[in-house]
Design a protein around this ligand. Structure first.
Ligand code: ZN
Length: 662
């Protein structure tokens, strides 16, 4: 439970002298910083030689910070094993699918299955936790850093052996495994566990079920590494919450599983603010983080004060944009704003990444914006722990993502995130709050559930979605859903087999479009909406038609349908609609479900709300370059300016208001 909005950043005192630490502590106080993340990459400084731990320097830093009112997210520095450890145990280094060893000299150069790595990491974490177990400055454990950020699985011998053990647990017998992987195909049947390999480089397409199990296994392996450390920290410091920093929609790690193992979800978020839709991408990430934590407040662990250094051209956040993005995180349920990093490095691969305290020092725009925001956040304590309530959910499942984007599909241009983003964008622009939900989770609290490309569905999720509609929910499902089971085997028959009743239709044929091929959907409102990529050829068994194709050999056949099912309604979209068409369809579904915007606002003005049962706060963000007038539902008090606002509020370009409604 925090009492002030968390504000600060990653701090790497190991790069600086004690004189600089003093200056840092003073400047942090000046900037309103109340939290830093410490030690993230400090393994060699904490353990300069095997088993020789040195925390004296860290004691000094933490005591100094604490004396200046700064609390600490203490990191376990296990994301970058020191060179001495690699010299002793070169088998720690990860190996790619092509058999190439990835060397040290960078970071995250470890195999999650290396026994030596896991043992050294556990011993260091134990020593660190025991040393700091009673220190009042430690507020949060920050385990490792950005799990699986650069690696896409390790293919070394130890990893292959671990994969076999994982498969034995999942499938029990070789017979089951052969069945699950469909190994009758291409003479792939296994007669001994030792024959099983990681999906290394092969001449042609790898077995898709094998690949899917490998992705599950790799994700589970990182979670195992997290759990190793969590067990130690829980035992030593049962009252200090635990997190590990996520990276938005990061494909190789099942964040639903990992989030369930942590106390607070935290995010590193680096939108490219030179792109017009950066705020949509950010919003999508924020909403995913809130959803991963079951609606609890989350923490923005890292963002850039201005530019990053890892794109080809690293554009600045223009004046006011950092502030706007920060408030957007709060608007979507964060209880804190943190940055990478506090003081700009002068050496190393991130020396040109921006920092709260830039190379040029305090006489700078960046520093002024940082200190100004730090001051403003001190007025917002009352919104802490309040929650965002969404009536709409988008289904999202990592296993589906892996399976959908495997090789050798009818169209390999069906991608999950672009579809999710297209839908999210429309809802975002209407100021409709959105949660993300696992398809097996309780959906009953949502008026509208959107299921984009739910290609892989387990029996449980199929039943769950069916029940949701039968009991009165409104569903919008998009094409190539319900196609395979959780072994990535086709559910043959009247597709989508698990949803055919629910949708009141079946699909006779998939039509993948050539590049640049398009069609038009004649919608029930008389409009023609362009579509591309794909057409399902739909046969109706009860659904009504809301739109049909204008052209091609399937002209006149249904493209968009609606079906009453039980107490609810299901919509189905059998093609990729361009923007206007998707907007129209979402308007139909929202109206049917009774989903309303948080507030009607002019274009470019985002509005969200947070409540705590007693109070409701509206977060109004003017992303546009012109002033906007916003009509409020009731008089309110703006926490930032302190002023009373009557029913009509004027908001300047890129300005923010946080309104406590009367
Ligand atoms: Zn390995």
């Amino acid at each position: 439970m925090v009492t002030h909005v968390i504000y600060g950043g990653d701090y790497n005192p190991e790069q600086w002298t004690p004189e600089v630490w003093e200056e840092d502590a003073r400047l942090m106080q000046e900037a309103g910083v109340n939290r830093v993340s410490l030690g993230i990459f400090a393994w060699v400084k904490m353990e300069p030689a095997p088993g020789q731990y040195d925390f004296t320097w860290l004691d000094q830093v933490i005591d100094l910070l604490h004396a200046h009112g700064v609390q600490v997210n203490l990191a376990t520095p296990t994301a970058s094993p020191p060179p001495w450890l690699i010299r002793l145990h070169p088998e720690i280094l990860p190996v790619t699918a092509d058999g190439v060893t990835l060397w040290h000299g960078s970071r995250r150069h470890y195999c999650p299955h290396s026994r030596a790595y896991r043992e050294y990491a556990s011993r260091l974490v134990t020593a660190l936790a025991e040393h700091y177990q009673n220190h009042p400055a430690i507020s949060l454990w920050h385990i490792d850093n950005e799990y699986s950020c650069h690696e896409n699985g390790c293919f070394c011998d130890a990893s292959v052996e671990a994969f076999r053990q994982w498969l034995q647990k999942r499938h029990g017998t070789l017979e089951n495994l052969n069945k699950a992987w469909g190994t009758a195909f291409w003479s792939q049947t296994y007669t001994d566990w030792q024959e099983i390999q990681a999906p290394k480089r092969t001449p042609a397409f790898i077995n898709p079920s094998q690949k899917l199990d490998w992705e599950r296994f790799c994700s589970d392996s990182w979670i195992d590494c997290f759990e190793d450390q969590k067990v130690i920290l829980r035992r030593t410091t049962p009252n200090i919450p635990i997190t590990t920093n996520f990276m938005n929609f990061h494909r190789s790690l099942d964040y639903w599983k990992l989030a369930a193992a942590e106390n607070i979800v935290s995010l590193d978020c680096y939108p490219d603010t030179s792109l017009p839709d950066w705020r949509v991408e950010s919003g999508m990430g924020w909403d995913m983080m809130r959803s991963l934590g079951g609606g609890r407040p989350w923490l923005l662990m890292e963002q850039a004060p201005t530019h990053v250094n890892w794109r080809q051209r690293n554009t600045t956040k223009r004046p006011g944009i950092m502030r706007l993005g920060s408030y957007q995180a709060l608007a979507h349920g964060s209880d804190g704003i943190m940055f990478f990093q506090w003081r700009a490095s002068v050496a190393g691969a991130e020396k040109f990444h921006s920092a709260m305290l830039p190379h040029v020092g305090t006489d700078s725009r960046v520093w002024r914006e940082i200190t100004s925001l730090g001051g403003e956040l001190q007025k917002l304590d009352e919104v802490l722990s309040s929650r965002v309530q969404a009536e709409t959910a988008i289904l999202f499942d990592w296993e589906n993502w892996w399976a959908l984007e495997g090789q050798a599909k009818v169209s390999n241009d069906i991608r999950l995130l672009p579809q999710v983003k297209a839908i999210y964008t429309e809802l975002f622009q209407r100021n409709i709050s959105v949660d993300f939900a696992h398809p097996e989770s309780d959906l009953s609290r949502y008026r509208l559930v959107i299921a984009p490309h739910v290609y892989l569905v387990s029996e449980r999720s199929a039943k769950n979605i069916d029940q949701y509609v039968a009991q009165g929910g409104t569903l919008l499902m998009t094409f190539f859903s319900g196609i395979v089971d959780d072994n990535d085997h086709v559910r043959a028959g009247h597709m989508p087999v698990p949803f055919s009743n629910l949708l009141g239709l079946w699909i006779e044929e998939f039509v993948a479009y050539a590049e640049a091929q398009t069609n038009v959907v004649e919608a029930a409102n008389g409009q023609g909406y362009p579509c591309e990529l794909w057409s399902d050829i739909i046969r109706l068994t009860g659904a009504e038609v809301l739109g049909h194709y204008r052209e091609d050999y399937f002209a006149g056949s249904p493209a968009i349908t609606r079906h009453r099912y039980g107490k609810g309604t299901s919509y189905y979209l059998g093609t990729e609609l361009a923007r206007d068409g998707l907007a129209w369809l979402l308007d139909q579904a929202c109206a049917e479900a009774g989903v309303r915007p948080v507030l009607e606002a002019p274009p470019g003005v985002e509005v969200t709300s947070r409540s705590n049962g007693t109070h409701t706060w509206l977060f109004v963000l003017n992303h546009s370059d012109v002033e906007a007038w916003v009509k409020l539902p009731a008089p309110a008090t703006d926490l930032i300016s302190g002023s009373r606002v009557e029913s009509l509020m004027q908001l300047g370009a890129r300005q923010v208001a946080i309104l406590r409604l009367s």
